[in-house]
Design a protein around this ligand. Structure first.
Ligand code: PLP
Length: 405
């Protein structure tokens, strides 16, 4: 029998966060090694518990949750999301404009499947959260990566965005707060992106899943609040702000200039119905999560666990010779740079594999986030202070040894 090959659609797709190196780490664990994992933003596995009232709501409603519900989601959940859009100043959103999904991930894929014809282009940030690049490619589209500029707080370069627009471009993806850089974009920059979308008739896809994970007292603006003459699709969910990644509860909000998008919205509805509905038990928790005590604030405020871990990781990484890092304002990540003059790395995946083998620390290489050069890696600063300290000390020791080779 001939070899059974995977689809060509998967050829240019990567998802290294759970890729071959994490798989190698899993095997090493099976062999009895203890690996410190800084590869994945899974809060619960680092002792960041979901709010108790959220957990209790799922438990209490479990017996009502065995049936399919509306494809777009439970009314009460969508109503709560609608109220949230009002708090974020996103105008004219009705319950009908809101879709609940199995995490934002499902809806990201669905939104691209509904939009793209073969060869259509979408502007995606570089570095990116790699699902976006993958979702565009899987839908037959072509991701065009625009530069986020490390020398300018990792903000998107508007010039580069503009330079990448062609007559095939359909949309711009904006990840704010950003994974993997931890950047938070100022309103002036968001307005420039909106202007560009308006000028070229592009849709804005706004991934705002970290919009409450904010440090140093900064505030987040939803880009969809800045215009009503551009079509916006905004993503959020319970995974990060409410530390409930495993509940697989996310949502998508269509707002702004919906009139010309009637056909596209029909496409979204059709795909939503084809998958029947999202996981129901977790939908019961959405109203409680959004309306309840926002315990995330206790973690990100000065002296909060997440803020302390961010500070520690930033300080320790900055002290490693040849490593520089922009201090994140938001989210759970930083994206340090290895000075190529000191670390002439040609294969960053190999570098991460060597780090894992020698020091039992798991990180993801920068190219896993579609970064164009092998000179970055991503750090998840979720492990507790002791593990984080140990992990970064090991990274420093590994890099010192690597330089001497
Ligand atoms: N968007 C970004 C930027 C993320 O970092 C993640 C997960 O890490 C997701 C979306 C996926 O979120 P969900 O758990 O809701 O599928």
């Amino acid at each position: 029998m001939e070899a059974i090959l995977k689809s060509n659609k998967l050829l240019n797709i990567c998802y290294e966060i759970r890729g071959p190196i994490p798989e190698r780490a899993r095997q090493m664990e099976e062999d009895g090694h203890r690996i410190i994992k800084l590869n994945i933003g899974n809060l619960a596995s680092f002792g960041f518990d979901a709010p108790e009232e959220v957990v209790q709501d799922v438990i209490r409603n479990l017996s009502n949750a065995a049936g399919y519900v509306d494809s777009k989601g439970l009314f009460q959940a969508r109503k709560a999301v609608m109220h949230y859009t009002q708090q974020k100043n996103i105008k004219d959103v009705t319950v009908d404009d809101i879709y609940i999904g199995n995490g934002a991930s499902e809806l990201i894929v669905l939104s691209m499947q509904a939009l793209l014809n073969n060869g259509d282009e979408v502007l995606v940030p570089m570095p990116d959260y790699p699902l976006w690049t993958a979702a565009v490619s899987l839908a037959g589209g072509k991701p065009r990566h625009y530069l986020c500029d490390e020398a300018n707080h990792w903000y998107p370069s508007i010039e580069d965005m503009r330079a990448k627009i062609t007559d095939k471009t359909r949309a711009i993806v904006v990840i704010n707060p950003n994974n993997p850089t931890g950047a938070l974009y100022p309103d002036e920059l968001l307005l420039q992106i909106v202007d560009l979308a308006r000028e070229f008739g592009l849709i804005i896809y706004a991934d705002e899943i970290y919009d409450k994970v904010l440090y140093d007292g900064v505030t987040h603006t939803s880009i969809a609040s800045l215009a009503d003459d551009v079509l916006f699709v905004t993503f959020n969910g319970l995974s990060k702000n409410y530390r409930a990644c495993g509940y697989r509860a996310g949502w998508m909000i269509v707002s702004g200039n919906k009139k010309p998008a009637k056909d596209y919205i029909e496409g979204l509805n059709m795909l939503a119905t084809m998958r029947l509905c999202a996981n129901v038990p977790a939908q019961y928790a959405i109203q409680t999560a959004l309306g309840g005590y926002q315990s995330i604030n206790d973690l990100v405020c000065e002296g909060g666990r997440l803020a302390k871990q961010r500070d520690l990781a930033y300080e320790m990484l900055s002290k490693i010779p040849g490593v520089s890092v922009v201090k994140p304002k938001a989210a759970l990540y930083m994206f340090p740079r290895l000075d190529p003059a000191i670390y002439p790395v040609s294969d960053d995946q190999q570098l991460m594999l060597e780090l894992l083998t020698e020091e039992k620390v798991l990180l993801v290489q920068g190219t896993g986030f579609n970064w164009h050069q092998p000179d970055h890696f991503r750090v998840v600063f979720l492990p507790n202070i002791d593990d984080l300290t140990e992990a970064i000390n090991r990274v420093a020791r590994f890099l010192a040894g690597w330089r001497k080779r």
